[in-house]
Write a protein that binds this ligand. Structure first.
Ligand SMILES: Nc1ncnc2c1ncn2[C@@H]1O[C@H](COP(=O)(O)OP(=O)(O)O)[C@@H](O)[C@H]1O
Ligand SMILES: N[C@@H](CCOP(=O)(O)O)C(=O)O
Length: 321
């Protein structure tokens, strides 16, 4: 459960009173997510999500995230809409943290995605890439290839306590990726964390995307690689080519992938696997005392990384070249 910051009832009621959403009736901490503290709040006008932004969110990036959600919602992409306080501000402060209220999105995330979910996801991701095309803000990906070595250094030799020899294995992979990371791929707004728990479905149709707090300006195909890792592997660690093909097909129905993007996928998938291995490793080794959070398994992403290291072309992902 991700609640790092507790909020006192009176403090929360006073905060809600600065919005035009009626009086607070009830609230509860949300038992999902690992990044921020989230609360489901119920007021006289309905349900909302209150987020208190935690460690990995740079407050300077919050206008990018909140304006992006507004921009995408205006373009009919189903995502939470930030609610403005009476002052007009989208961002406030609660319990010493930057805080925002967004609209509640109906739907459920799918624990065991099937190929039809992967296809829907592919279409939704491509729609996001297109809808972001005229968004006028830019945010560098803080967790791109240049950010991975400094992130790894925060775990360093302690990584070996998770898997013996892991520090050396990661160092070799960093050397490879820093040398071979593709440049000049088409870029724009990407979600960068489009895992199943951030994609809602109603009756097997995609009903909305949430959690834009890693969104940034980066290669579209890197988002595809992130989703390949997050959606198309089985619990036993094997790639499900049918799911991968379904996801790519869905994506290409909405936005074509260039040959350069297809050729880059194996390296992008390695990079994406390393990126989530590194954040999970850090979180695994650094759970804050008293935080209600279940850290995610870094080894899952080590296995994915090792899989992609053996891949030579994107045909292994079910793509025709
Ligand atoms: N706008 C929303 N509508 C409905 N539920 C939401 C919304 N935002 C978050 N949630 C719920 O809160 C959980 C955690 O949110 P998320 O943004 O993924 O947290 P984190 O920032 O920690 O990754 C989600 O899995 C979902 O259950
Ligand atoms: N998706 C990341 C963790 C952050 O995402 P959240 O939406 O679960 O908070 C991972 O799986 O490592």
């Amino acid at each position: 459960m991700a609640v790092y910051t507790e909020v006192a009832d009176e403090e929360l009621s006073a905060f809600i009173d600065t919005y035009d959403i009626g009086k607070l009736l009830s609230y509860k901490g949300i038992a999902e997510g690992v990044e921020n503290s989230n609360f489901l709040i119920h007021t006289e006008t309905g349900h909302y999500i209150l987020t208190l932004y935690e460690k990995r969110v740079d407050p300077n990036d919050l206008p990018f995230f909140l304006n992006l959600m507004q921009h995408l919602a205006e373009r009919k992409l189903s995502c939470p809409l930030p609610v403005a306080a009476r002052s007009g501000a989208l961002l406030g402060t609660l319990a010493g943290r930057p805080a925002a209220i967004v609209t509640f999105l109906d739907g459920m995330w799918v624990r065991r995605p099937r190929p039809e979910h992967c296809e829907e996801l592919g279409r939704g991701m491509a729609a996001l890439h297109l809808a972001g095309a005229d968004f006028n803000m830019v945010r560098r990906n803080a967790l791109d290839v240049d950010g991975w070595r400094p992130l790894f250094n925060q775990s360093g030799e302690r990584s070996n306590s998770v898997v013996p020899g892991l520090a050396e294995e990661i160092t070799r992979e960093l050397d490879f990726l820093e040398q071979n990371w593709p440049k000049d791929l088409p870029t724009g707004v990407i979600h960068a964390d489009l895992f199943p728990d951030n994609v809602f479905f109603l009756s097997n149709k995609l009903s909305g995307l949430i959690d834009f707090y890693f969104a940034c300006t980066d290669a579209f195909a890197y988002d595809v690689a992130i989703c390949l890792n997050a959606w198309c592997f089985e619990p036993d660690g094997s790639l499900n080519v049918t799911k991968a093909r379904a996801m790519m097909n869905g994506y290409r129905q909405v936005r074509p992938l260039s040959q350069a993007e297809i050729d880059a996928l194996p390296v992008l998938a390695r990079g994406s696997a390393l990126r989530f291995l590194l954040t999970r490793l850090y979180d695994w080794l650094s759970v804050p005392e008293g935080a209600l959070v279940t850290p995610k398994d870094p080894v899952e992403y080590l296995k994915k990384l090792r899989f992609h290291q053996k891949v030579e072309t994107a045909s292994s992902y079910g793509l025709s070249l």
